[in-house]
Design a protein around this ligand. Sequence first.
Ligand SMILES: Cc1cc2nc3c(=O)[nH]c(=O)nc-3n(C[C@H](O)[C@H](O)[C@H](O)COP(=O)(O)O)c2cc1C
Length: 223
Amino acid sequence: MHVRDAVSSRYSCRAFLPTPIPEQTVRDIVERATRAPSAGNMQPWRIYAIAGERVEALKALLAPRMNELPKAEGGDYRIYPDPMEEPYRTRRFAVGELLYKSIGVAREDKPARYRQYARNFQFFGAPVGLFFAVERAHGVAQWADIGGYLQTVMLLARGYGLHTCPQQAWVSWHRTVRSFLDLPPELMIYSGMALGLADESAAINSWRSPREPLASWAAFSGF
Ligand SMILES: Cc1cc2nc3c(=O)[nH]c(=O)nc-3n(C[C@H](O)[C@H](O)[C@H](O)COP(=O)(O)O)c2cc1C
C-alpha cells in the first residue's frame, strides 16, 4: 500500500469484526512503528497490548463499574482546553453531529449517545486493545513523540489491512486500567487504541470527518 493510501484510508473505525489478529502481526506493527522519530531518540513510548481473554477480562471489569460510576474516574490529565475556544469548539461539535447522525441518534437523545460512547470500553468490538503510556516526568515534547508513534502504528495497521481507533476515552478510567495493566507508578495512560478488521457494513463507519481548507491554517512563502 502506498503511504498516501495508508494516510487517506485511515479513519477512526468504531465497529470491528471479532476476527482475531495474530500476535505476530501486532508485534510487527508496534515494533516497526518505533521507526517514528523522537527528540534525542528518547523513544519515550510504552505499549501494553491485550487480546483474547485479556480484552474480555477488561470489558467485564469495567461493565459493572460503568453503572456504578457513570462519570467514570475523572481524567489523569486534561484532554481538551477549558474553555474550548473557536474554531475548535465548532469543529468538535460538527464531528459529533456526523457521528451520531450516521447511527440515527438525535443530539437530544442523551441515553443513546451515552450507549454509543460506552462502546469505547468494548474497544468497539475489536479483538485487540493497545494502551500507550507515558512517563509522568516527561513533557510536551515526549507526548508529541508518542503522538507521532501512535500515527505510525495506525498507518502500519493499514498496510496489514487493519483499522484502528485511537481512544483517549480510556483515560477517564485510568485507575481501573492502571491496576489491570499493573502500570508502574511512574507511567500514566496517554491513550488507548482499538485495532482489528473494520466492519465495513456498520453505519458508524460510513462517514468521514471533514478537514479545514489548506488556506485557513497553512502559510507558504518563498516557493
Ligand atoms: C489521541 C486521540 C484520542 C482519541 N480518542 C477517541 C476516543 O476515545 N473515542 C473515539 O471515538 N474517538 C477518539 N479519537 C478520534 C477522533 O475523534 C478523530 O481522530 C477525529 O474526529 C478525526 O476523525 P478521523 O480519525 O476519523 O479522521 C481520538 C483521536 C486521537 C488522535
